[in-house]
Design a protein around this ligand. Structure first.
Ligand code: SF4
Ligand code: SF4
Length: 164
């Protein structure tokens, strides 16, 4: 099914339209990992944070880096999490700047390119780890603008899952 997310900007929805989502307080699973930064996100982050401290480059792509945290909550099994994930389980970028990288908004969805179309599906890891799927009345398909920032349509390749 095709959905117009912004005027003239459509996606192909590749998940059950009855899927609901509401992020669960204290989960933070998706913030335990490095975050891919598209070029507009890299520029946007430069206006809000120290890129030397907060980012890393891997195989030619920029990421928000993970770091070891001095705590036991809101970390992955190895004790690390996203540079911006604070002790209270909140994103410092979002709290201070009301902004976050596009990749963070998209989760638990995944964006891929199918010919000229942007295709949106549920990320495979989310099915296993995201506690927010199907726990509310909020249908994802009715709120796609909350997951898909308009800048995705500016990108030559908005694919969110990148095999490195
Ligand atoms: S994994 Fe899902 S429920 Fe957990 S913090 Fe991320 S979006 Fe929210
Ligand atoms: S930038 Fe913020 S929302 Fe994105 S992974 Fe890091 S803590 Fe989570």
């Amino acid at each position: 099914m095709r959905v117009e997310v912004y005027p003239g900007k459509e996606v192909v929805v590749d998940f059950d339209p009855e899927l609901t989502f509401e992020c669960v307080d204290d989960c933070t699973w998706c913030c335990h990992h490095g975050v891919l930064l598209y070029e507009p996100d890299f520029r946007g982050l430069a206006e809000r944070a120290d890129l030397n401290a907060s980012t890393t480059e891997f195989r030619g792509r920029d990421f928000v880096r993970r770091e070891q945290k001095d705590r036991t909550a809101h970390v992955d099994d190895d004790g690390a999490a996203c540079y911006f994930l604070d002790d209270d389980g909140l994103c410092a970028l979002h709290a201070e700047h009301d902004w976050k990288p596009a990749r963070c908004s998209v989760f638990p969805l995944e964006v891929s390119l199918d010919d000229e179309d942007i295709r949106v599906s549920v990320r495979e890891e989310a099915e296993e780890h995201c506690d927010g799927l199907n726990v509310s009345e909020r249908r994802v398909v009715d709120h796609l603008d909350a997951f898909l920032p308009e800048r995705l349509w500016e990108l030559a390749d908005p694919t969110t899952k990148v095999e490195l």
